[in-house]
Design a binder for this molecule. Structure first.
Ligand SMILES: [Ca+2]
Length: 526
């Protein structure tokens, strides 16, 4: 992958292997523009209708938490049907196995390191997504799409960072994680009340348990209503559920319904939500005009034991860049365009969604470099389709921890949190992690998806090749392990004096109306 490419519309320079195919495609276009398949060339179709996009982003869902990926103890009939009518992606990654970082990658088409968003932003954060980035919503806005975000945002909670400042017409949901409140199991005294937003207004400054029980229902009802309201024009819905992040909450309709306890109940309600969305599309005749993507922001938070999901055969979970942390259960659905009941085993990543959508709706990519590439040939199951990247890069914070190339994953020496074989916590309380270390290790994920057996000594050529790619990436995005600064890293957005902001503090009622940030005093400047 040529990570430092200046990606300008209509896309990155082709690699030599792709040149002939693209040349053929161009000839086809010149010869018969009117007859060309719009989904292939990114041009508006004959009826002027480009696809709607619905993106379902679950929080902290493990690889094996839904039926098509092996869930046990509860049923997910709607997600099962989605898989039967759509295409599973078995090797689909997020950029980093933690909430804000993951969402930054999803919505900008860039590694989060490039756009300066790390970790999980809380109420003290004075930064958020930069106005200079082009979000997925801003991208489809070029084509007049109606846009909505329902659920968890987590890219900054001050007005200039909220969804309605970044291309979304509507926003209803939580500004960050649902455990960032006084009822946090270990750090409650550090958090103010948890607020709920509508647009840039706080509509509930202090959620309680009963309010959290209603979140999945409310997000879903909003999404359904939005789809029905905009059925005659193109739309993009980003449905970013707060569940299955702890604390787990579910409505009475699903409480006690699964054999897997509260966790199973919560997934069953998310499955209901997916069913509501797909049924609404079918009922309104939009199923043949809508790409629906289902995935999760990171793997299971294993320290929460019976309140966490399962990564199935994959190693570790959230907070690590083993596959259990960053490889997500992913399904693509678009009847008539995405081949039903099929499986794609080629690696792909959330960064690829933005350029793929740009291709589908005929939108211009941002002028600044992005990391993602169009993966429509993989989604459409085109014969012989290949992944557009030479490799994917796995940072934790600013440390390059691993690289995936074909079936290989090379870890560079790094530390990581683990339960070390101990059971997780119970009833919503976490068990403590311990820190472990891994040295240079090469895994063959085709034979060894659990990253158990280091085969670096048997494949020195693979190790050498990945090291060259890693060095190229370090020059671009840096690496805290080697002390390198990346030349391609951009700044996040920062709160400046005069900007509207929310000053929420533990132990006092939340403001519901933002106020301008005062200029720092001389004393504070020191
Ligand atoms: Ca998460």
């Amino acid at each position: 992958m040529q990570t430092a490419l200046l990606v300008r519309s209509p896309g990155p320079a082709p690699r030599p292997a792709q040149t002939r195919r693209i040349g053929t495609l161009l000839l086809t276009l010149v010869a018969g523009l009117a007859a060309a398949d719009p989904a292939r060339c990114g041009e508006a179709p004959a009826d002027g209708r480009t696809p709607n996009i619905v993106l379902v982003y679950i929080d902290d869902m493990g690889y094996a938490d839904v039926g098509p990926f092996g869930a046990k103890g509860y049923a997910t009939p709607n997600i099962d049907r989605m898989a039967k009518e759509g295409r599973l992606f078995t090797d689909f990654y997020v950029v980093q196995a933690v909430c804000s970082a993951s969402r930054a990658g999803l919505l900008t088409g860039c590694y989060n390191v490039r756009v300066g968003i790390q970790g999980a932003l809380a109420h003290r954060a004075m930064h958020g997504i930069s106005a200079g980035e082009m979000t997925l919503a801003e991208l489809v806005k070029q084509k007049g799409y109606a846009t909505a975000c329902y659920g968890k945002w987590h890219l900054g909670h001050h007005p200039k960072f909220l969804p309605t400042s970044h291309g979304f017409d509507e926003y209803f949901g939580l500004p960050y994680s649902n455990d960032m409140w006084p009822l946090h199991p270990t750090a409650g005294k550090n958090f103010p009340d948890l607020p709920l937003f509508e647009g840039t207004r706080v509509v509930n400054p202090k959620l309680d348990d009963a309010d959290q029980d209603q979140l999945t229902t409310q997000y879903t009802e909003r999404a359904v209503k939005f789809i029905e309201k905009h059925k005659d024009r193109p739309f993009f819905v980003y449905l970013a559920h707060s569940m299955v992040h702890v604390p787990l909450h579910v409505s009475d309709r699903f409480r006690g319904k699964s054999e897997r306890g509260l966790f199973g109940d919560v997934v069953m309600e998310l499955d209901w939500s997916v069913g509501q969305v797909l049924d609404t599309l079918r009922k309104n005749g939009l199923d043949k005009h809508t790409l629906v993507i289902f995935t999760s922001d990171n793997g299971p938070w294993l320290s929460f034991g019976d309140h966490a999901g399962s990564a199935g055969p994959l190693r570790e979970g959230k907070g690590t860049m083993f596959d259990g942390g960053c490889r997500e259960p992913t399904i693509m659905w678009w009847p008539g365009k995405v081949p039903a009941g099929t499986v794609c085993r080629t690696p792909a990543m959330t960064i690829d969604i933005l350029p793929t959508v740009a291709h589908l709706v005929g939108a211009r990519l941002p002028d600044h470099p992005i990391d993602g590439r169009n993966i429509w040939p993989l989604i459409a199951g085109e014969p012989g389709a290949k992944g557009p990247h030479e490799a994917y890069y796995f940072y934790w914070d600013n440390q390059l921890q691993a690289v995936r190339m074909d079936q290989w994953k090379l870890h560079f020496p790094h530390g990581y949190p683990t339960l070390g074989g101990r059971p997780g916590g119970k009833g919503g309380l976490p068990a403590p992690y311990e820190q472990a270390k891994i040295g240079l290790a090469l895994f063959d994920l085709e034979k060894d998806p659990g990253e158990t057996t280091n085969v670096a000594d048997e494949h020195p050529d693979v190790v050498a090749k990945i090291k060259v790619l890693a060095d190229r990436m370090r020059a671009d995005l840096g690496d805290s392990a080697t002390g390198q600064k990346g030349s391609g890293v951009r700044e996040p957005g920062r709160l400046e004096p005069g900007d509207l902001h929310f000053d929420w503090q533990p132990g006092r009622p939340n403001q519901t109306v933002p106020t301008p940030l005062p200029a720092p005093t001389a004393k504070a400047k020191k």
